[in-house]
Design a binder for this molecule. Structure first.
Ligand SMILES: [Zn+2]
Length: 155
């Protein structure tokens, strides 16, 4: 087995999108309509998993792989994606492809914000976006909305 690293397509925080072609699409769920929210969330994971499978198969082919052994996915807390669902859909969608049976590894990224007043970077817990240092509420998201395939391992 040899590692095959996909060239980075997004900034480390996932905020700077440099390549739209391979970005896993993000959809926003409606919080106002529970029914729609549930449907949206199913659609979300379906779409995300489909994009992931397409990307992985595409990259594996480019790398001349016969088999995909492992997919390393980076998942921010705010991405709205449930790992278990991705795992489930992946099992269905990868069937009869060279990615069938691959392990999907989830690297979960905690939500982090940076204070615009004092530049303190802090972890956002329980939706508390107030700077612990100077109590400012003027903060920006620096990590937590990541959603991308970091690398795949093939043979
Ligand atoms: Zn501050």
């Amino acid at each position: 087995m040899r590692p095959y690293t996909i060239p980075p397509r997004m900034g480390a925080t996932g905020v700077d999108v440099t390549d739209r072609d391979h970005r896993i699409p993000r959809f926003f769920t409606s919080l106002h309509y529970l029914q729609y929210a549930i449907l949206d969330s199913v659609m979300h994971e379906l779409a995300v998993t489909q994009s992931m499978v397409d990307l992985v198969l595409d990259e594996a082919r480019k790398g001349g792989a016969r088999k995909v052994k492992r997919i390393n996915l980076v998942l921010g807390e705010l991405s709205g994606v449930v790992g278990d669902s991705v795992q489930f859909y992946f099992g269905l969608m990868s069937k009869d492809t060279i990615a069938e049976g691959a392990t999907v590894s989830f690297n979960t990224v905690a939500t982090q914000a940076k204070c615009r007043q004092c530049a303190k970077v802090f972890e956002v817990k329980e939706s508390n976006w107030v700077c612990p240092e100077c109590h400012s509420v003027s903060v920006e998201l620096v990590a937590g909305n990541e959603l991308f395939v970091e690398s795949i391992e093939v043979e």
